[in-house]
Design a protein around this ligand. Structure first.
Ligand code: GLC
Ligand code: CA
Length: 519
């Protein structure tokens, strides 16, 4: 049975439109048994951090049985927990304890590929006439498709059965053949397994990859060296999503699908919402690729407004995740920019996703040559969270699987709790402001005229209104606003509660509320 969760809302909209989602990367969140690798019990023991932050839901990156060629995105049993992370009973406990705190929980569903150690693939590769042969994609001749993660060709030769199999990622991650109805059935059973245990939905890994061009035509972008996974966009993926959506909709409660449509084009991403019968939400990564530049950000945000608004596709906002350099690192290590970026993330129209550690202002860890774990070179953003100020920062026992990010002492949760100007407090203030304002959660978004260096927008819902100004420039900028406003929150201290005087300081972000009469 699912425990009842405390609704966050605003009765008028689904919980996930009102929500802020916190991404947990389990290996690096918290370690309960001293083996240097985070685990499910570690998450249970530190749920209060997420609750105090003010998030409404968590998405947990894969914890299923896996040989860990791709840190758990290569799954050998979808219906069991890898011993590294704990047991099924621990997963049930996490679902229960999250719900008891009013937190929803999303698991990571990886439909495109299994591990090469999954029993299905072991059977499939055993012989050409094995009943599971067609569960994967086998061909006599390869084409020019490239794999992601620097893995070269997307085809690997199998000497036993003398054919090539397809893998859009590592050779250890063979792609499932979703055109085979038995595959679809088996994967739907996986979803049921977890829905029955009470999860509130799924983040769907590379949701745009399950369908492939049935003609296996060569593609010039692959020939030029790009992996197919970064632009694969076959119509059949939509059919796969429609099947998953109708399964999800047959469950009680407001369960949700968030897709990782990792095509760097908002126009393509919008199509994965279907006619309200595919994803509830999709990631949209152009803002994650954006440098700290007002023109690039403005363009990305306008694009979302222009394309998603009319399609009634509810946007998401993401600046960091486990696959990309952390945004503070991408913004030249600037804390000031990271604070302004958090204001942006949490006040745009749509559901924001926070990647664990960004609320601490972490940068990427420096990974020495011999310390590299990920074949895709993504270790830097995956460093363990520093809980306490003194080393080993709450990771008692074996040294953690990756080194800590720089300044783990001063950026630890413990240090930041004692400092009300810290990044952690800034995130908490922003989440609180968002929770209290229907305009910030659900309101319209409208850009206001401002100098090119300053991004200014208004959010409005009924009587509730806010204005956000973000100055990307290194010097103070004048900004004229209609009406009288006061500073509700500012990235630098000293202005909160004061009337807005028409100036946004260098790289400053301001959240403005209508001035109370008499001020
Ligand atoms: C997604 C995941 C990434 C993984 C890949 C293959 O992009 O976020 O971590 O390597 O899919 O599963
Ligand atoms: Ca552990």
């Amino acid at each position: 049975m699912t425990a009842t969760t405390t609704p966050v809302t605003s009765a008028s909209a689904s919980w996930w439109k009102n929500a802020v989602v916190y991404q947990i990367y389990p290996r690096s969140y918290a370690d309960s048994n001293g083996d240097g690798i985070g685990d499910l019990t570690g998450i249970c023991e530190h749920l209060d951090h997420i609750q105090a932050l003010g998030a409404d839901a968590l998405w947990v990156s894969p914890v299923f049985r896996s040989p860990m060629a791709d840190a758990g995105y290569d799954i050998s049993d979808y219906c069991d927990i890898d011993p590294l992370f704990g047991t099924l009973a621990d997963a049930d406990r996490l679902i229960r304890e999250a719900h008891a705190r009013g937190l929803r929980i999303l698991l990571d569903f990886v439909p495109n590929h299994t591990s090469d150690q999954h029993p299905w693939f072991i059977e499939s590769r055993a012989s050409r006439d094995n009943p599971r042969r067609d569960w994967y994609i086998w061909r006599d001749e390869p084409n020019d498709w490239r794999a992601a993660l620097g893995a070269g060709s997307a085809w690997t030769w199998d000497d036993t059965t003398r054919q090539y199999y397809l893998h859009l990622f590592l050779p250890e991650q063979p792609d499932l053949n979703w055109r085979n109805p038995q595959v679809m059935q088996a994967m739907h059973d996986v979803l049921r397994f977890w829905l029955d245990r009470g999860v509130d939905g799924f983040r769907i890994d590379v949701a745009h990859c399950t369908g492939k061009d049935p003609t296996f035509a060569n593609h010039p972008r692959c020939l030029a060296g790009e992996p197919l996974a970064s632009f694969n966009d076959d119509p059949y993926s939509h059919e796969v999503l429609r099947g998953i959506r109708s399964l999800i909709d047959s469950y009680p409660g407001d369960r949700v699908l968030v897709g990782e449509v990792n095509i760097r084009s908002t126009a393509s991403v919008v199509r994965y919402y279907g006619a309200g019968d595919e994803l509830h939400m999709s990631f949209n990564f152009p803002p994650l690729d954006a440098p700290w530049d007002p023109v690039v950000f403005r363009t990305c945000i306008r694009e979302v407004d222009k394309l998603m608004g009319p399609a009634e596709a509810w946007p998401t906002w993401v600046l960091s995740n486990h696959d990309n350099s952390r945004h503070r690192s991408r913004y030249d290590g600037s804390m000031r920019r990271a604070r302004a970026a958090a204001l942006l993330l949490l006040t745009l129209r749509g559901t924001p996703f926070i990647f664990q550690g960004e609320e601490l202002g972490l940068e990427d860890a420096v990974i020495a040559a011999g310390q590299q774990v990920d074949p895709g070179g993504r270790d830097g953003c995956r460093a363990p969270l520093p809980w306490s100020s003194a080393a080993p920062h709450g990771w008692n026992g074996a040294a953690p699987w990756l080194p800590f990010a720089p300044d783990a002492d001063t950026l630890s949760v413990e240090s930041q709790l004692g400092d009300n100007t810290s990044m952690l407090h800034w995130y908490r203030q922003l989440l609180q402001a968002r929770r209290a304002s229907p305009a910030l959660r659900l309101g319209d978004w409208e850009e206001l005229p401002s100098p090119p260096e300053v991004l200014t927008y208004r959010r409005r819902h009924g009587d509730d209104e806010r204005i956000v100004c973000i100055n990307f420039a290194d010097s103070a900028m004048p900004t004229d606003l209609p009406g009288a406003w006061q500073v509700q929150l500012a990235t630098q201290p000293g202005r909160t509660g004061r009337a807005f005087d028409g100036v946004v300081l260098e790289e400053q972000g301001l959240l403005l509320a209508p001035a109370r009469s008499g001020q």
